[in-house]
Design a binder for this molecule. Structure first.
Ligand SMILES: [Zn+2]
Ligand SMILES: [Zn+2]
Length: 216
């Protein structure tokens, strides 16, 4: 498998491939200076890696307090990768157990819900899965990379590193594409630059985001 997909460290700006980044973050001096903390105002964080199951060139590393809920992790992933999508039910699968979102949980009276705290269901080196359950093919693979003591921040979860957005070109003029234009809800789509999208007058235009998921 090709693992040389480059990404950017949010702390020092270095461009490093996926495997290298997982090692780099643990020792990145800029990260340690900025967010590591051992005093009594600190709290524990997990560094979690995530990648798309179908398009693993889309990957990221995030930081989240260990006492956050799965729901907070769900929101973070949603905001960063699923923003073009409808609000469909999602779930985490951890050690074979499905943790469903709160609405489903109440409706189906499920035992395991996303109000579970990360440190109650996960530990360092655990691998788990995030899925969108609405008959779609959204599937992310996640892993708890390491734990650290950090400064209490305003943000619950934050991005530590992320793949560089693929260089996608407008299918008409070859300029950098910023728009996705689905031909219809279920068929293929085009990548376009802003000008060509304006000219096309399409009414289902979506912003092209650095995400493996086009819109569901
Ligand atoms: Zn760095
Ligand atoms: Zn164009």
């Amino acid at each position: 498998m090709d693992i040389n997909w480059n990404g950017k460290c949010m702390f020092c700006g270095r461009i490093i491939n996926k495997r290298g980044m997982k090692k780099h973050l643990k020792t990145c001096k800029s990260r340690i200076e900025l967010i590591d903390s051992k005093d009594d105002k600190s709290e524990k964080f997990f560094c979690i890696s995530a990648q798309d199951y179908f398009l693993p060139e889309f990957w990221l590393l995030l930081s989240i307090p260990v006492n956050s809920t799965l729901e907070e992790l769900d929101m973070f992933l949603y905001n960063i990768w699923l923003i073009n999508c409808g609000d469909h039910p999602s779930q985490f699968i951890i050690q074979g157990i499905k943790y469903v979102d709160m609405a489903c949980c109440i409706y189906f009276m499920m035992e395991h819900c996303m109000d579970a705290k990360l440190n109650e269901v996960l530990k360092v080196a655990d691998e788990f899965v995030y899925e969108n359950t609405y008959g779609s093919n959204v599937r992310f693979e996640l892993k708890v990379m390491f734990e650290y003591s950090g400064k209490k921040g305003k943000e619950k979860a934050s991005l530590m590193a992320r793949n560089i957005a693929p260089d996608i070109r407008c299918y008409k003029c070859d300029k950098k594409a910023t728009i996705i234009s689905p031909e219809s809800l279920y068929s293929s789509f085009h990548y376009m630059c802003e000008e060509c999208a304006d000219e096309s007058g399409g009414d289902m235009l979506l912003p092209l985001v650095n995400s493996p998921v086009i819109g569901i």
